[in-house]
Design a protein around this ligand. Sequence first.
Ligand code: ARG
Length: 459
Amino acid sequence: MKLWGGRFAGNTAEEMAAFGDSLSFDRRLADADVRGSLAWAEAITAAGVLTAEEGACIREGLLRIRRELAEGSFAFQPSDEDIHTAIERRLGELVGPVAGKLHTGRSRNDQVATDLRLYVLDRIPGLHRAVRGVQEALVAQAEAHPGVALPGYTHGQPAQPLLLAHWFLSHFWPLERDLERLSEIRRRVAICPLGSAALAGTPLPIDREAVARALGFDRASDNSLDAVADRDFVVELLAWAALTASHLSRLAADLVTWSAPEYGFVELDDAYATGSSIMPQKKNPDSLELIRARAGRLLGNLVALLTVLKGLPSGYNKDLQEDKEPLFDSLDTLELALKVAAGAVGTLSVRPERMAAALDDLLLATELADYLAGRGVPFRKAHDLVGQAVRLALQRGVGLRDLSLEHYRSLSPAFGADLYEVLDVDAALARRRVHGGTAPSAVAAQLQRARECLAAESG
Ligand code: ARG
């Protein structure tokens, strides 16, 4: 059965069917398609297109199809071009020729756009929960290691001491923004194209707002030509997924480095690592490496769809069928990556002693420059003087603490005996008690705000 055979005398080439059919991937839209059809059957019954009996008959058939799909007994046929064709064919088998009335005033163009939006609305809560899972793991780790300090890095070089909890929470907030973005995107997904028909709007007297609300949308779309071609929401989701994945990749990149024995700051649980087939000593952070890598794939999906959309003319074009595979792949890939990230972070072992051992006192050079600045030396000059002290310490293979007061005073008389007091990790941390800083008091307040975000669950 074809939905468009009448005009054609010849058959579709086998390779053309293989090329054009979308059932292999759009069967995921099956439940959304049935829901859309139930709403449409009701709307056109209200509009007087179907008698009450016909409406009820189609409804029964659709509910039966829904059961068959849920049980896995729905038999797809090789001739089913896409999910819409498959369901309409089956409806005909179940209820006879009246099935042919369901498509009155509707097109696959508004149908597929409606289905895809419904599908996305179904997926959003699961994605939201998966992001929350990572955030919860980060907060739990921050709570479990309140006093642990480690070097913070810029350019991959040791920079200044940080609280480990501060680092964990630095990965919490990007995900919080991702959730905000997701709920903003949701508002634009929740707009119903049904009733737009092929491009010009249905000629039937349909209450589109009622249809939209019956399907769980916020409202009906405003322009039929726009509604059948609009895939902005897919682009936004792909961009969202790519950005969220890139946040995970940054988290993963730090942990890959830190799990190397040279750092030894953390150790992955066996459940999230693998071994080598040749080197028995290896414990490879595959979970994190793949999280990092999949961000690339999600970026590829975004670029793929934007490239399809760029330059398309108005209205539905078959090109738009190419929206689904990138979307499904990005949502599936991201959801799994989020679950793996939550598990890997949640089960991570922290090695505070290795972190402490890495807290070289050169990380406190900024403290010393600030100390001089506090004694009236312009910061630029102070920076230069401490730079000279660093050079001397490196030449001698000692720390800043090991240089004598005479050495310091030969650089500048502004140095006093109390300089050694600032060369202290805890003091350096404690000074950064500004809102958002890494001082224990500021991090405790930050942790409280993070907990409040987790508690204020809105979806
Ligand atoms: N399989 C198609 C898609 O995914 C459904 C819409 C087909 N519409 C059409 N006019 N051929 O886009």
